[in-house]
Ligand binder design. Structure first.
Ligand code: 13P
Length: 287
């Protein structure tokens, strides 16, 4: 059964570790992430961007696939199915489809409108037992065609949004989606520290988990980060393993590749990436 991310993140924040959100794009990725979480006895959050939802035939298909997989694979660790960077409209579609968690990315609205829409969603999610993530300050880089400038969040705005009753808060602290450029200034721990002081026990979310050095991840966790999002690293691992398999040319005598065998090395690569991240985040054995 899918669960809200509330309890797992509150436990993580109190226990000074973080739960990984791994984005899913298809059946193979989903299965790889669920099996790894179960094997390592770790809670996990499956992230679905609006683009990935569209690709997988809509949020209803995704929710049904994930729920059926949890059942068929006998997954007993806590799993949250979470809309990643959702628009206001997509939040409602996911709530309707059976997701257990949503992110309302209102960071591009003026703060008053972000507050108003977030308040409304806080009430809807509370009524249905879903967790809600809000964002303050934008995360740099490009995701699904949305380009964020990556400015650091204002700690007072973070407090204002946190006080509305959201479950977890994503705050821009210099993090970027995708690969970090060579001249990246690093995470602003000063900003993170101020945000944590203003928001207290609220679990904080770090987007752009790919390519952040291990010591920065650990420091971020020590300053209140309890959820870390990873997408690009799984994508890179999957692509490299698939390319290697294709280049080795295990073609079925002119009949092409067996699709299951073709995707298997990529699946193994995702499992290894998820395991490495769960080790770094400290979530193993915490289910
Ligand atoms: P990366 O693609 O940089 O790992 O970021 C993922 C993310 O933050 C999804 O919201």
């Amino acid at each position: 059964m899918l669960v809200s991310a509330k309890e797992m993140l509150e436990k993580a924040k109190a226990g000074k570790y973080a739960v990984g959100q791994f984005n899913i794009n298809n059946l193979e990725w989903t299965k790889a992430i669920l099996q790894t979480a179960q094997e390592l006895n770790s809670p996990v959050i499956l992230g679905v961007s609006e683009g990935a939802g569209k690709y997988m035939c809509g949020f209803k298909t995704v929710a049904n696939m994930v729920s059926a997989m949890i059942d068929e694979l006998k997954i007993t660790v806590p799993v949250a199915l979470h809309l990643d960077h959702g628009s206001y409209e997509a939040c409602y579609k996911c709530i309707e489809a059976g997701f257990s968690s949503v992110m309302f990315d209102g960071s591009h609205y003026p703060i008053e409108e972000n507050v108003e829409k977030t308040k409304e969603l806080v009430n809807v999610c509370a009524e249905k037992g879903l967790s809600l993530e809000a964002e303050v300050g934008s995360i740099g880089g490009e995701e699904d065609g949305v380009v964020g400038m990556g400015e650091c969040a204002d700690p007072d705005e973070c407090k204002m949004i946190a006080d509305l009753g959201v479950t977890m808060l994503a705050a821009g602290i210099g993090n970027i989606h995708g690969k970090y450029p060579a001249n990246w200034a690093g995470l602003s721990f000063d900003t993170l520290d101020k945000i944590q002081q203003k928001t207290g026990v609220m679990p904080l979310v770090l987007h752009g988990g790919t390519g952040i050095p291990a010591e920065m991840i650990q420091k971020a966790i020590s300053l209140g980060v309890a959820k870390i999002n990873v997408n690009t690293e799984c994508q890179l691992a999957f692509a490299a393993a698939t390319r290697k398999y294709v280049e080795a040319g295990k073609d079925l005598e002119g009949k092409g590749f067996d699709p299951r065998k073709l995707l298997a090395p990529g699946v193994e690569a995702i499992k290894a990436t998820v395991k490495e991240k769960m080790e770094l985040f400290g979530s193993i054995g915490k289910a």
